[in-house]
Design a protein around this ligand. Sequence first.
Ligand SMILES: Nc1ncnc2c1ncn2[C@@H]1O[C@H](COP(=O)(O)OP(=O)(O)OP(=O)(O)O)[C@@H](O)[C@H]1O
Length: 686
Amino acid sequence: MGPLKADLLKKELSIFTFSDLLEHFPNRHVDKTSISAITDIHAGTDFIQTAGIIDNIVILGEKRSKRLVAQLRDRTGTIELCWFQGIHWIEKNIHAGKLYLVFGKVAFFNGKAQITHPEIEPWVAETAEGKNFLEPVYPTTEKLKAKGLNGKQIGKLTMALIEMISPKDIPENLPNHILENLILLSRWEAYCFIHFPKNQLEYDKALYRLKFEEFFVAQVKLGLTRLRRHKHSKGAIFEKVGEYFNTFYTKYLPFELTGAQKRVLKEIRTDTGRGIQMNRLLQGDVGSGKTIVALLTMLLAADNGYQSCLMAPTEILATQHFLGLSELLKDMPVNIRLLTGNTKTAARREILSQLAEGSLHMVTGTHALIEDPVVFKNLGLSIIDEQHRFGVAQRAKLWAKAAIHPHVLVMTATPIPRTLAMTAYGDLDYSVMDELPPGRKPITTVHRNEMYRVKVMDFIRSEIDHGRQAYIIFPLIEESEKLDYENLMDGYEHVKAFFPEPKYWISMVHGRQPADIKETNMKRFVKGDTQIMVSTTVIEVGVNVPNASIMVIENAEKFGLSQLHQLRGRVGRGSDKSYCILLTGTKLNNDARERIKTMCSTNDGFKIAEKDLELRGPGDIEGTRQSGALNFKLANIISDKEILEKAKKEAEMLLSKDEELSSAENLILKNYLLHKKGKTVWSKIS
Ligand SMILES: Nc1ncnc2c1ncn2[C@@H]1O[C@H](COP(=O)(O)OP(=O)(O)OP(=O)(O)O)[C@@H](O)[C@H]1O
C-alpha cells in the first residue's frame, strides 16, 4: 500500500499496525448463497439481502428532499431503492438493465416497501461461486471510499495479511484446559474466521472465542488487582467486638436488623478482622437501611481503638447523617462531630485538635474532611456515601491520612447493574442489600399528563389534610440553569395558588440558594412546619422525612431511570401508604415512555438498574465513562452477559488455584499480560 493510503488508514480508522488491521472487525458478512426473493418482503421484514435488475433510475425533489430513486426487480416483484446522499456517484455507477446485489433495511412508506441507502454492488456470477467463505463487510468512512478504500479493499488487505502470517504470529493466550472445557477455537483460528468464515457457525464460534477472551483477560486483571491489595495493603485489625458495639446492639438499636443487614455486617467483620485493607462496595436499594450498617461498623472501629469518618457528597446530607447518628448515639459515650466547609472557626479548631489527639471517635462531613489541615490520630475506617461524586483521587487522599490504609466502605445510593459491578467496579469486593425493612408498604406509582394537574393537586390537598407532607420536584437541566430557575419559580407560584397561606406552608430548596437558607427550608419541612417541599433535584439523595407520603415529579420524562428511582425513594419511608405521581407532557418519545412504564411497574431498584443500563448503554452510566473497564472491542456487557459470567467464573477458578500464574499451562497468559496490557498489574505483583 502506498504512503498516502496508509496515512488515510491511520487518520480515518486509527489503523497503524498489522494488529490494528486484524482488529478492524467486519460489521457483518454477506452470504451470497442466501438471497431473498422480493416477494418475501412483508411488514415485519428488517434487513434484507436480495438481487435483481435495476430499472427506472430517476432524480426527484428539490434541495433537501432531492433524491435518486430506482426500482429493483426480480422474478417475483419490485422494490424501490432510494438515496439522499451521494446521488451523483450512484447515478454514475449504477446502470439500468444490469444485475445487482442489494443489502439494506426495509422501511414502508404508504404501504410500499423501500430500502434507503442500500449497499449495492454488481452481481457477478463468479463472486458467488468462486469463493468458499462468507464475504466480510468492513466499516469505513466516506473519505476512504473516495480514495478507493472501500470496505471491499479493506477486506483484500486483511486477506493479504492473513495469508502472510502463521499461527505463531497470533500465539494462544488462554490456558489449555479452558480451551478444552469450553470447546473454544484457538486464537489464530478465531482471528482467521472472524474475518473469513466458511459459514455462520464458524463465524459465531470465532466471535464467541474473542469475546470470551476480552472478558476473561479483564477479569483476570481485576482479580489480580484485588489479590494485590489483599496481599500488600495492610489494614487495621478490628478483632474484637467490644463495649461500644455490644451496648448499642443490645440496648439502643431501635429495630431488629434485616437478614441482608446481618449478612453484610458479617462480610464486613470478616474483611476487617484479618489485617488486610477492606475495599468494599455496599449496594443497597433506596431505604434498605445502609446507615445503620455504617454506624455499627464505626462502633466496631471504636471498640478497637480506631477513629472513623463518614463522608457525604453534600452539606445537607452530611448534616443529616450527623443528626441521625447523634440521635442514635445520644445515650452512648461516643464523641461524634460534624465538619463541613461551613463549620465555624472556633468549632473547627476544636474538632481538628480532637481528631489529632484521638479523643474524637467519629466525624461526619463533606469534602472538608480531606482538606490538608485535617489530621487523624488513627483513622481506621472511611465510609463514603455515594461513590459517584467522590473520585478515586479523593479516596486516595483520604488513605494518605493514615499510617496504614483505613478500611473503605463505599455505599451507593442506588443499585448498580450486576454486569457493571463485575466490570467497572470489579476490583472492589461487593455486598448487596436487596431486602427492605419489614412493614414497608410498596409505593404506588402512576403516570399522569398535564391535563390532570388539577386532579393531582386535589389529591395532594386531601393527603395533606390528613396530616401528610408532599414533595413536588422540578427537573434541573444543566445546560440552561436560567430556564430551570424560571421553571421552578413558575411552578412555585402555581403551587402557592393551590395551597394558600396560612392554611398551608411551603418550603422551597434549589441549587442557587445560599447553604443556610437551603438548610432552614429543609429543616422546616423535616420538622413538619411546612407541608409541601418544592424543590429541584438537590433533595435527590438520602433525605429522610418519614411523614412525607406523596411525591410529584414534574416533567418526569426529563429524568433518567435511576434518578427517578432515587427521588421516589424519598417517600414510602414511614408507615403511611405512599404515592409517586409522574407528571409529563402529552407527547413522549419511546425511551421516555419505556422509563415511565418501568417506574410504574416496579419498585425494585435492581430491576430498574438493569433497565437503565439497557436503555442507556454502558458508556453513558455515570462514573464509568473514564474507568476504561468497559473498553471492549467486541464484547458487550449487556448482550453478552452469559459470556461475562462464564469468563468471571473461569478467571476466579484459575486465580484461586494459581494466583501467581506460574504453572506451565498458565505461563502463556502471564506472558500475554506482561507484554500486552496487564503490565502494571504484574510488575507490581511479582
Ligand atoms: N432493620 C430495620 N428495621 C426497621 N427499620 C429500619 C431498619 N433498618 C433501617 N430502618 C429504617 O429505614 C429508614 C431508611 O434507612 P436508611 O436511611 O439507612 O436507608 P438507606 O439505605 O440509607 O437509603 P437511602 O439511600 O434511600 O437514604 C430509616 O428510617 C431507618 O431507621
